[in-house]
Ligand binder design. Structure first.
Ligand code: SF4
Length: 340
């Protein structure tokens, strides 16, 4: 059978075809047509030998649409732990005994001091994150006061991640000049009920729509490495692309002791590169941010991903764990020829 007899030549031809296909997809992105879901699926399933080329091509798209600037953000977990939801990856869920400290909202002055420090350290945006299902009216008013204080005293882009919102709350955030609202899809629709039972995927989509309707920019994404299949990661990527968010945030699971996913095995590096690269093909203009798990899961703290489609990082720690300080991250960014 000729296919077996000429196996070496055949493999080489398949490889060349795939390189040609990546190039065609890139041309579609550059021309503004964009890639189809079939193209995205084929890119997702590219063989490991072609991953470098996929990443290189995604990097060229990033440079073309976003230049060499890396979007750097800092987070402030303004209400920590004891959340009423049961997201199985989360150390802040009241369902699991994780030993993570608990605190309620700090004063507006305290948060503004931290926001000012973040600005001095070079952060472009400052995201206020709260571990609850949704803000109570009383807590929402407190958060609004925090935002006003930051606006008056600091002058940094404020972003919020406050759980489910009412249309009135979203409008209020917009009035306060909040730039972007973060609400992650977490995982694909087909995986979601295994990860969370206290709310639905559609609940999450609803809040994103409310934020969009209020004129807020959207930041959404998820966590990879939850035990989902590659197909489900592709599903998530397609769902994100359909929302066309200004920012996509991708976390890589760090298993937290006490959560149902504490023994979850690490996702392969090639799968992480695939995810970031294909999202770049789907969303050429968006900020694609490497979020929680960057330092823990990646040996190079994200150098490779910043050259494979990503163009943003969170620096100086996350919601429940530390991370590289901004000086170290800025050095890395410079080292690979990018800028903040
Ligand atoms: S991911 Fe958010 S909603 Fe889910 S348990 Fe954690 S803090 Fe609560």
């Amino acid at each position: 059978m000729p296919l077996i007899f000429f196996n070496g030549i055949l493999c080489k031809n398949i490889m060349n075809d795939m390189l040609e296909f990546i190039k065609e997809c890139q041309e579609k992105v550059f021309s503004g047509i964009g890639i189809s879901s079939d193209d995205a699926e084929k890119l997702f399933n590219i063989s490991d030998e072609n991953i470098k080329e996929l990443a290189r091509s995604a990097n060229q798209i990033t440079r073309e649409f976003n230049g060499s600037k890396v979007d750097v953000e800092q987070l402030n977990n303004i209400k920590k732990n004891a959340c009423s939801e049961d997201c199985s990856f989360c150390g802040q869920s009241a369902f699991f005994d994780t030993g993570i400290e608990t605190y309620q909202l700090p004063t507006a002055e305290e948060v503004a001091i931290k926001a000012s420090k973040a600005k001095k350290e070079g952060a472009e945006s400052y995201c206020l994150v709260a571990a609850w299902r949704e803000p109570s009216p009383k807590d929402f008013d407190k958060v609004c006061n925090i935002i006003k204080e930051i606006n008056n005293k600091v002058g940094i882009n404020v972003e919020c991640s406050l759980g489910f919102l009412t249309p009135e709350q979203a409008k209020k955030l917009k009035e306060l000049n909040v730039k972007r609202y973060n609400h992650n899809l977490e995982t694909s629709k087909s995986k979601f009920s295994e990860i969370c039972t206290t709310h639905t995927y559609d609940d999450r989509l609803k809040t994103l729509q409310i934020a969009r309707d209020a004129g807020l920019e959207l930041c959404t994404g998820g966590i990879i490495g939850l035990g989902e299949t590659r197909k489900q990661r592709m599903e998530l990527a397609m769902e994100l692309a359909a929302l066309y968010p200004e920012e996509v945030t991708i976390n890589i699971l760090v298993p937290i002791s006490g959560t149902p996913l504490e023994l979850q095995t690490k996702i392969a590096n090639s799968e992480i590169v695939r995810m970031f690269s294909v999202i770049r093909f789907l969303l050429p203009e968006s900020v694609i941010k490497i979020s929680g798990g960057r330092e823990t899961n990646l040996d190079d703290s994200g150098e490779e991903l910043l050259q494979s489609g990503a163009n943003g990082i969170i620096t100086s720690g996350y919601l429940t764990m530390g991370g590289n300080d901004s000086e170290k991250d800025f050095k890395m960014i410079k080292k690979i020829g990018l800028e903040v």
